[in-house]
Design a protein around this ligand. Structure first.
Ligand SMILES: [Fe+2]
Ligand SMILES: [Fe+2]
Length: 322
């Protein structure tokens, strides 16, 4: 049986592909400025400077939009953790180093623009937001225990994660019911898409280089995938709200994130696996089968829950107007 490639061998072998993809990224990435996406004329001072502190009535965002904005922003805020993960598993040299720096700088822009927007428009409580950021960043992000650190795991994880955040930002824009927020989140989502393509190409090249070894990492990531928000304050509540209202739910995870990427890598069509890879592929296929059954179950539960809530609202409305 062929031995696994070491971290160093992977990085050395894939460096030319990294260089091509950094260049590709730089030629496609558009320069944009956070200040262009924030309605500054809606801003005013808070009490410390003689104005008025935040009050829930000031927010024009629905509960769902608030939950989604906070979750997405805290995820962006946690960048130092993600930077650490990527920087530890990529090299600091050559194209790898250029990528890590550039990617980190682009991600930072996302947190900047979302926070400016939320504070200026008073969309969420800035004190609660700051407290949540402190908790979330102090906890940091760690890969699930089952998932070994390493280049292949990192690159597989971020491929799915970038695409997941793209979907989530895009759909958050739609529920904000504000053209400015929607434009901002579309702009961020376009960045996430380019990030996803970089990582997807790197992981695809790794699959070509060492199919069995790369597929093992990919399968482990798919089987243990957690949205990056896991561990932030109110993540369960906010995650449930987001899933319930189609911002990021299990069907989107399966059909808009996992399946298209696996298809792009031709995981179920390729013929370069040995018996070891075949075994992993079968396990992955079983997992995806189970996931699609879970999607059905989740949607049935969600439909029942939404119907119950609608009935409750109707009853309350009848009581008030009766
Ligand atoms: Fe981002
Ligand atoms: Fe990104």
């Amino acid at each position: 049986m062929a031995r696994d490639l070491t971290q160093l061998e992977l990085l050395t072998e894939l460096e030319p592909v990294a260089e091509q993809n950094v260049n590709r990224h730089l030629s496609l990435a558009k320069e944009w400025h956070p200040h262009d996406y924030v309605p500054w004329d809606e801003g005013r001072n808070f009490a410390a400077l003689g104005g008025q502190d935040w009050d829930p009535d000031q927010s024009k965002l629905s509960e769902v939009a608030k939950a989604a904005m906070i979750t997405n922003l805290l995820t962006e805020d946690n960048l130092p953790s993600y930077h650490r993960e990527i920087a530890e598993n990529f090299s600091q040299d050559g194209a790898w180093g250029t990528w890590v720096g550039r990617w980190t700088a682009e991600e930072n822009r996302h947190g900047i623009v979302m926070r400016d927007y939320l504070v200026v428009t008073r969309g969420v409580d800035p004190v609660a937001l700051e407290q949540a950021r402190m908790v979330h960043m102090t906890n940091g992000f760690a890969s699930p225990a089952e998932v070994d650190a390493g280049f292949l795991h990192s690159v597989a994880y971020v491929t799915f994660q970038e695409l997941a955040t793209r979907v989530s930002h895009r759909n958050t824009g739609k529920v904000c019911d504000d053209v400015i927020a929607d434009r901002m989140l579309q702009r961020i989502a376009a960045d996430e898409n380019l990030h996803m393509i970089f990582y997807r190409n790197m992981c695809g090249a790794a699959l070509d280089l060492c199919p069995d070894q790369a597929l093992e990492a990919i399968a482990l990531i798919v089987e243990n995938f957690q949205m990056p928000g896991a561990g932030m304050p109110n993540f369960r509540r906010n995650g449930v709200l987001m899933a319930k209202h189609g911002i990021y739910d299990l069907r989107q995870h399966l059909e808009e994130v996992v399946q298209p990427v696996l298809k792009k890598w031709d995981v179920f069509g390729r013929t370069d696996f040995t018996a070891r890879g075949e075994q992993t592929r079968e396990r992955l296929a079983d997992f995806l089968d189970k996931l699609s059954k879970d999607v059905e179950k989740f949607e049935e539960q969600r439909d029942r829950m939404l119907a119950r809530e609608a009935a409750k609202r109707e009853k309350a409305f009848a009581t008030v107007s009766g």
